[in-house]
Design a protein around this ligand. Sequence first.
Ligand code: NAP
Ligand code: GDD
Length: 344
Amino acid sequence: MSKKALITGITGQDGAYLAKFLVEKDYQVYGAVRRSASLNLARLAALDVAEHVTFINYDANELSNIMRVLEQTQPDEIYNLAAQSFVQASFEQPLYTAQISGVGTMRLLEAMRTLKMQARFYQASTSEMFGHVRETPQTEMTPFYPRSPYGVAKLFAHWSVVNYREAFNMHASSGILFNHESPLRGMEFVTRKITSQLAKLACGDEGVLELGNLDAQRDWGYAPDYVKAMWLMMQQDQPDDYVIATGQTHSVRAFLEQAAKVMGFELVWEGEGLKERGLDRQSGRLLVKINPDFFRPAEVDILIGDASKATKKLGWQPEMSFEALVTCMAEADLKRAQEGARWF
Ligand code: NAP
Ligand code: GDD
């Protein structure tokens, strides 16, 4: 008999790739979605997986709703991906972020405990918890120092998982995932903002790409590689926490320069600080300028993860390089811009 998986946050980037991965493994997949005026199934549709998912209304904010969803679906594995996941927005909506991305996880754990559910549980923890990093590279043993309300909320969720595992013997694991991207990434995150807007500029749009801190560095991987790690954690006899990362870091500027190259531009820089501008070498056209609105009140300057525990215990390793990732995102958005396709 096929296993049953419940995915919260199934309409997001990771939810879509995970749903596809599990459907291909013959799971019966339940997609927990929050009610909205127009349900966004675009990512699931792009992967041709929407029709294989049974959807059920779920809000991370409401305990009784969560309990009913668990009772109705009786899952073997629960993947808790639902979150207000945009760091910048968390500075504007810190309490909401705490409720959804932090307490929302404890609500789900508490519902499982109350119903005495034996399901295995995966929590979408994050490298944002390392924040103002205490050591490099970051491992499962590195102390946390979050730098945003989102990071603080996720740290609450992370420790809730550890605590419920230890206190109630739950099979609850936490994946400390470093940034992972794809052509299905939300357009507000910097990688997709760069590839989507540059693609429009390459196809005749006359605007300028406005960005914040170009010198922040991230350990960027490919989302489909990362959802495989989630599943591997759920297949272990013992629950545990794992860092999932590529072990390499690159600046926003490096991502931008490479994406520009794929679009047929060559970026050259002039000016400094807020006056810095990026121009196309050949045409002299202004492509990039700095907008202070996109700086964070507190920044995470650099992240780089050490996934050797996951490699050793799960047999996991990233399969896509940084260069291939940038190219695949840039080419996908260039194609969308050329075809006038719907953006999501
Ligand atoms: P995403 O694209 O922003 O998706 C977030 C999902 O959460 C969406 O399906 C969203 O639904 C849902 N959601 C938001 N509020 C909800 C609520 N109140 N009740 C139920 N569902 C709600 O995020 P992602 O990039 O796929 O990331 C998945 C998870 O991994 C998130 O928890 C994120 O914090 C974490 N994470 C991501 C990364 C990364 O680099 N991508 C790294 C580490 C950890 P709507 O479609 O209705 O908005
Ligand atoms: N979004 C955005 N927009 N970021 C910008 C911009 C801009 O215009 N300009 C510069 N940046 C910088 C940010 O200051 C940050 O240092 C870096 O680009 C990456 O920003 P995001 O792509 O928004 O991602 P994030 O690292 O803050 O958070 C993502 O990764 C976390 C894992 O470390 C999200 O997916 C989180 O949900 C996830 O937990």
